[in-house]
Design a protein around this ligand. Structure first.
Ligand code: IMP
Length: 187
């Protein structure tokens, strides 16, 4: 069995990757090493900086992942600042910012980027997204972060009303992870 390190402080993300990679006989080991998350417009830029920074220190194959919620009515905010904004104002703060925004104008997109690094090679990026709308109130008890206010397209419930398995079937991270897995299947 091969080993692939997942550099993240998020146990949930590591577990999700662990489950998906087990079918390929690749063991995911979580490593909680911090790395800088730069201020940029896109997750790709953030992930690229992070993976380049880590590649100079880490001499084994690893992956990282960055995600964010981009709200149309707020010109893409919180986007790459999603973690900090969640920490500061949470779902209630976002709902307040959208207080006067009517139902048809509450579109948002969750985005995720995985970066894969092998020593001495150019890192590879794998992106996924999930479109949806921001609900009028906090609904559901599952998941984490902005899950209770995000209703994915073609669904009537929030991510927080779904089981992790159901959410991951079509979530932003589910899709980027699927691309990463396919890359490993083909090499
Ligand atoms: P990070 O990539 O883990 O730093 O994620 C940035 C922030 O986006 C997190 O702090 C969460 O609040 C939010 N986020 C990322 N992915 C999800 C998700 O699948 N559901 C809900 N919130 C998410």
């Amino acid at each position: 069995m091969k080993t692939l390190y997942f550099i993240t402080g998020n146990k949930g993300k590591a577990l999700e990757a662990k489950m998906k990679f087990s079918v390929l006989d690749i063991e995911i080991i979580q490593k909680d090493i911090g790395y800088p998350e730069i201020q940029a417009d896109t997750l790709q830029e953030v992930a690229r900086f992070g993976v380049d920074y880590l590649q100079k220190k880490v001499k084994y194959p690893f992956i990282i992942e960055d995600a964010g919620l981009f709200i149309d009515a707020l010109d893409g905010f919180p986007g790459v600042y999603s973690a900090y904004v969640f920490y500061k104002i949470g779902c209630d703060g976002i709902l307040k910012l959208l207080e006067n925004v009517e139902h048809g104008k509450r579109k948002a997109t969750f985005r995720s980027v995985y970066a894969y690094s092998e020593p001495g090679k150019k890192p590879l990026l794998f992106a996924g997204e999930c479109k949806g709308t921001i609900s009028k109130r906090v609904i559901g008890g599952h998941g984490f972060g902005y899950d209770p206010i995000f209703i994915p397209e073609y669904h009537a419930k929030t991510f927080a009303q779904m089981s992790t398995e159901e959410k991951n079937e079509f979530s932003h991270r589910g899709k980027s992870l699927e691309k990463l897995i396919n890359y490993f299947k083909n090499i």
